[in-house]
Write a protein that binds this ligand. Sequence first.
Ligand code: SAM
Length: 201
Amino acid sequence: MPIMDHFSLIAPYYDRAIPFQNAEPLLTHVSPEPGHRLLDVGGGTGRVAQGFVGRVAQVCVLDPSVGMLAQSRRKGICITQGESEWLPFGAEVFDRIIVIDAFHHLLDQKAAARELMRVLACGGRLVIEEPDIAHWGVRLVAVAEKLLLMRSHFCPPRAIQAVFQGLGARARVARQGHTAWVIVDKGWEMARTIGPRGDKG
Ligand SMILES: C[S@@+](CC[C@H](N)C(=O)[O-])C[C@H]1O[C@@H](n2cnc3c(N)ncnc32)[C@H](O)[C@@H]1O
């Protein structure tokens, strides 16, 4: 069963089953400003993105799941159907990108990393929030997702950090409880260094 079918099945109940709590650390890491254009990749129902509406100029949710996107649309959020490995946007158009509880669902995480850096503006920031696989409770979730054939692949935050550092970005890791954030800053020296599909150019 493709991953988007799993999420479409649970989409109508998602926000009630997994309410987004403790938004403060995310807001601190993202550091949104009124003029920013923000993209939520794998943003699903818009559960997290809705917290940025009114704080920034533009909020867009990208997700492959039609069912999840339908919930975002009901919240009045701009939606785009697509996958992180092939983002349907031009280069350097978003000031902030968030990937919340979704990076472990991406089938080709390296291709997605290149695409995320391509569409991120110079001086912009990408924040990836993931359950920290160092915690045994998260490891149980990882096993459960395997049993549900969800094809998820949890990486240690330091490994995600290394992928972005390998692309030339500044990246650091923050942790709180069982949550980790990889905070990636795209410097001006990276202007247009990553072409379509991540080709150097
Ligand atoms: C656990 S949900 C998290 C949704 C949302 N970020 C949140 O925190 O409420 C994971 C999301 O990743 C999406 N997803 C799966 N594969 C993806 C891909 N290749 N590109 C972008 N999103 C993907 C799923 O459709 C799903 O909506």
